[in-house]
Each structure stands twice: as structure tokens, then as C-alpha cells.
Design a protein around this ligand. Sequence first.
Ligand code: FAD
Length: 386
Amino acid sequence: MLERGEVGNSWRHERWDSLRLLTPNWQSRLPGLAYDGPDPDEYMAAEEVAGLITRFAAKAPVRAGTNVTSVRRDGDDYHVVTNQSEIRSRAVVIASGACNAPAVPTVASALPPDVEQVTAFDYRNPGQLPDGGVLVVGASATGVQLAAELSESGRSVMLSVGEHVRLPRTYRGRDVLWWMDASGVWDQRYDELDDLHRARRLPSPQLVGTRDRATLDLNALTAMGVELVGRWAAVRDGRALFSGGLRNVCSLADLKMERLLDTFDEWAGTGNDAPGRLPSTEVPRSTRLELDLRRGEIRSVLWATGYQADYRWLDVPVVDAKGNLSHNGGVVVDSPGLYALCLPVLRRRKSTFICGIEDDARDVIDHLSTYLAGESRAPDYALAHD
Ligand SMILES: Cc1cc2nc3c(=O)[nH]c(=O)nc-3n(C[C@H](O)[C@H](O)[C@H](O)COP(=O)(O)OP(=O)(O)OC[C@H]3O[C@@H](n4cnc5c(N)ncnc54)[C@H](O)[C@@H]3O)c2cc1C
């Protein structure tokens, strides 16, 4: 196992200071390492996650400080180059993460130079930004959490909202992720989904892990004084242009949330009249469609527009033009012996979550063992290019 930094690297060095998991402690489990602390319903801070992974890795043959700079095919094998040595291997499992770099839209390059830009990948706390208003772009888990943090720090915050997934933190007295788990939604398999391509690109849910298990949706942010605007579409003559479709994306998110809660009710055999369902998202009658970025109202832009994997070290032609690895349930397409883990909906809806690795790894390693035993079976490539 080769790790360029230290064990738990992303949790030690690539998260903002206040981050807490959005999965409850009891759910943030690794194979054979269930949570046994006093607060199963609370949410771990990043350093606690690093500690969990470090405990888990104690018996693993990890070579830390070993940066993989190239992997290429060499006959039936792989030739792996690191900053330490070169390795020949019959098989390689890519477990380098789905979130190595920020995904920033192209409009970023058109911003006036005096507006400071920071991505959620590099953001640590509000003190890092210049005084003045902040435009947070993206309203998924990262964006809503950082908009709330910046607003609480006394900043004037505007939030640009595109497609998002709305969820209540709790439903019928249980954490909503308990329902995802118990009802089987998180176990839905990649080869049974109607639209795998879409499922793999779904944004993270609007959730935050706080002691009071509060819901952090757009209504909560509006109540805090955050101004909502539509999706950032373009920059023209120093003006940010926002979509007028905010009401539509919010209605869609409300509808999908209701449908999901109905699914839970159906599974539980209750009526779908649970008290305490969230009210619809309140969208102002008219939202700003443009903002002059040269006027100083907004001094910084925080891009919370997602993350992407970094495969620049992979010299095997298995990454498409959009930077996605071509794989079928973690079996990389057209490159026998190459595998991947922990990518969105790799084999199940829960694949990118910490609790998702156990089932996926079992399936992928099963295929890998068969391959190494010389019984290479041809994977079903029908879904491969998703
Ligand atoms: C902001 C954020 C919040 C999240 N919140 C949750 C949550 O609440 N609950 C949850 O279950 N999951 C959460 N996740 C998802 C979480 O990241 C995954 O569940 C899990 O940590 C992924 O583990 P991983 O080992 O696949 O990836 P990573 O944690 O990214 O680890 C990949 C490792 O590979 C190393 N690496 C990369 N490239 C190379 C190379 N070329 N050579 C050598 N080493 C390399 C990196 O240094 C890193 O240590 C969150 C993710 C993010 C980004």
C-alpha cells in the first residue's frame, strides 16, 4: 500500500478546520472497527477520522511518503514508479481518492483580479478571507456548511444555488442516514439503477453534523441572513450573471426529498403523513440576476463546486476526457489487473462513504483474486463507460 503523505492524509491536510462528518459516529465504521465510544449519534471531527483510519491501518503494510508518479502497462504487468523505487506488479488497485482536487467552473478565470478566490479544498476558516462580503458558489454539503460558518462569523454572505439534494437531518426521530441505511437505499447496486451516469454525478446532500442534529437547508440559511441567488452562469464585463431558475431547482429538490421520505415510509409500513416534514424551500419572489463584481460588495468568492480525482500519474488510457475512470464496478475497462475503489456509486449508492468500503472491497477483491489465480473472467462491459 503506497501513500504519498501519511496515513489519513486527506483528513489531516485537505479539510477545513470546523469540518465534522455528516455520517453519525456509529455509521463511520471500517471493517472490524465499529464505533465503540460514548457518542454514537454525534459526528467525528476530521482529526478523529484520521485517528480512526490510523488505528485501522496499524497492521497494514503501508509505505508512507511514497508518491506514485507513474503507472503504465508492461506486458501483462504494471510498472509502477514512485519517488522511492520502481515496482513491477500483476495488479494495481487505485484507491487514491475521488476528491484530490477542487472542481472549479471555467467562469472563475473571468473574475476581476481584485476579487479573491479560494476553493473549499484550500479553505480552512473565515479568517483566511479578506474582510467584506463573500459569494459562496455551490449549495451542497460543503457550500451550505461554509455559508453558515461565514455568516456566523459576521460576514455578509451570498450563496449561488444550482441543483442540490435536500434532506432533513432527522426523520421520525432518527438520523436521515439511518433511514438510508436501514431501508436499503444505500445498498442499491450500481447495476440495478435506472440512470447510473446520473447517480454517479449526484451532489452531496445538504447535511451538517452538529450536536443538536439541526437541519441546514436553504430555509435555515435564509433565516441566518444568507442571500440566495441562482446558479452562476457567466461573467460579462465584470458582472456575475445568475440563472433565474432558482425556484425551479428548489422545487425539484423539495419534490425529490418528499419522494425519498415516502420511500422510507413505505419501507417502514407507515402512512406518509409523518409530522415534522420540512416546509417547502422559501425562495424570494425575485432574486438577483446579476452582481457587479467591481463594486466591492463581494470581496471574495469561495468555490464549493465539488471535487475531482487526480489521475495525472496514471499512464494507462483508461480516463475519459472529463477525467473519469472507465470502470465497471471497480474493474477498470480494457486493462486487466487494474481495479478501483471508493468512487461514487462504484458498486452501491454508499460507495464513497466510509461505511461503503467494506462491501465494495469484498466484491472487487473477489474479482482480483480470481484474476491473480489465472482465471481471469471477462467483465461485463455493458455499463463500463459510466
Ligand atoms: C469534504 C468531504 C467531506 C466528507 N464527509 C464524509 C462523511 O461525512 N462521511 C463519509 O463516510 N465520507 C465522507 N467523505 C468521503 C470520504 O472522503 C470518503 O469516505 C473516504 O475518506 C475516501 O477514502 P479514500 O481512501 O478513498 O480517499 P482519500 O481519503 O482521498 O485517500 C486517498 C489517499 O491516496 C493518497 N494518494 C493520492 N494520490 C496518490 C499518489 N499518486 N501516490 C500515493 N498516494 C496517493 C492520498 O494522499 C490519500 O491519502 C467526505 C469527503 C470530503 C471531500
